[in-house]
Design a protein around this ligand. Structure first.
Ligand SMILES: Cc1cc2nc3c(=O)[nH]c(=O)nc-3n(C[C@H](O)[C@H](O)[C@H](O)COP(=O)(O)O)c2cc1C
Length: 390
């Protein structure tokens, strides 16, 4: 069973990701992991933090001579900003440390600040926001890069693009080639495959900058090359659509998820929504009339592209702060402001890729198993033969 965990706070020493259950023999390139970390930091609308941090992964366990060895993998990503927080967030409390804290007593609506402070019994939301922050997603992306490396061995690729920023929407389907080209760019604006639509998206972000506001949107993750048969209809928690939905909604600021064209489907008649089934006798293969289901039926992959969308709310920290209440005095107060992003939809797409890759790698290993890559390959080959003979 592939498992991953992250630890680390936004202004702490570093972030940590651990991955347990990857087979031995997967080729791992630090350059590829760092490229993913770079992609997570891009996009028009990011705050000052992204200029300070230039994330780099350090693998400290589980990879030797550029390949996994079957042991747990541990990855560190250092926080460059830590040097400014050593006195505010020391590990050991020393005399006078209390005066150097940077307390947050005016919780920001839309953040974990208030709920977390009540739950963990702190009259200062600092410790809560340090962990609730999406800085944590750098560790997810690093772990996801390893899942991607594993999937790539089976020619499975996971990429993303931006479908909407605020009210500006890409009104057509993106081709796989467009999504691939986007992922290879060295400059990222808003991650939309259509330059005209992207230009209009930028205008929305500019308006948010002008007015001290923030803006959300929708990203789409597409996984290509996934074999039919991952996940299962048999139990509620083995349904892969549900597992992907949980992975996507677990992301900070993601408030909704669509598998395939769920929202359009809900507004249509059934005859317009389901993907018809055909058979190609020459190729001895089933074919589908379309892919509105997003590659999943009954919680099982059906061999088409997996298509999952995440709906991202606008960032909660506003330069024009919202009404709040001071945790200590209980007097009305404007919410705290910390340097913040204005739009993060392209970055969220990259994090979504990592989450989808991790869930797919998990489902893949559940089905095919293997302690070494060769063993996984053999198991997959046997299954694919069964599918060909079906
Ligand atoms: C890539 C990314 C970057 C984010 N950056 C910020 C930020 O700079 N400021 C902020 O207030 N929220 C930011 N968020 C959103 C918060 O982390 C999130 O809204 C908060 O943790 C509360 O969780 P919830 O919105 O899921 O309920 C970001 C989210 C993502 C995905």
């Amino acid at each position: 069973m592939l498992r991953f965990e992250t630890a680390g706070e936004s202004h702490g020493e570093c972030l940590v990701a651990t991955l347990v259950g990857l087979p031995a023999g997967i080729p791992i390139s630090l350059e590829n992991i760092n490229r993913e970390l770079w992609r997570r930091q891009q996009g028009y609308g990011r705050g000052g933090r992204m200029k300070i941090e230039s994330d780099r992964a350090e693998i400290v366990a589980g990879v030797r001579h550029s390949q996994t060895i079957g042991s747990p993998v541990a990855i560190l990503i250092r926080n460059k900003d830590w040097e400014n927080w050593t006195e505010a967030l020391p590990v050991e409390d020393v005399e006078g440390a209390g005066d150097k804290r940077k307390p947050v007593t005016r919780p920001r609506p839309g953040h974990a600040d208030l709920a977390g402070a009540i739950k963990y019994n702190f009259h200062d939301a600092r410790y809560i926001l340090e962990r609730a922050s999406a800085r944590e997603t750098a560790a997810r992306v690093a772990a996801g890069a390893l899942a991607k490396a594993f999937l790539a061995e089976f020619r499975i690729q996971v990429l993303s693009h931006v479908v909407a920023v605020g009210g500006v929407r890409l009104e057509r389907a993106a081709t796989w080639e467009e999504i691939v080209a986007l992922s290879q760019k060295d400059e990222v604006l808003l991650g939309c495959v259509d330059p005209d639509v992207e230009g209009r998206m930028k205008e929305v972000v500019d308006e948010a900058y002008r007015t001290g506001d923030t803006v959300g949107g929708v990203f789409e993750v597409v996984a290509r090359g996934v074999p039919a048969g991952l996940g299962s209809h048999a139990t509620w928690d083995s349904r892969l659509d549900g597992r992907l939905a949980q992975a996507i909604v677990s992301m900070q600021a993601v408030k909704g998820v669509e598998v395939g064209f769920a929202a359009d489907g809900a507004a249509s008649f059934g005859s317009k929504v389901q993907d018809t089934i055909h058979y190609d006798r020459d190729e001895r293969q089933f074919r589908r009339g379309a892919n509105r289901a997003g590659g999943l039926e009954g919680g099982i992959t059906n061999g088409q592209d997996i298509v999952v969308r995440g709906l991202l709310k606008p960032i909660s920290t506003l330069r024009r702060p919202l009404e709040s209440v001071d945790l200590v005095t209980r007097e009305p107060a404007l919410a705290a402001y910390e340097r913040s992003d204005v739009c993060v939809v392209p970055a969220a797409g990259v994090i979504g890729e990592a989450m989808v890759a991790l869930v797919l790698a998990q489902a893949f290993l559940e089905k095919f198993g293997g302690d070494s890559l060769d063993e996984t390959r053999r198991n997959l080959a046997g299954y694919l033969q069964q599918v060909r003979d079906f």
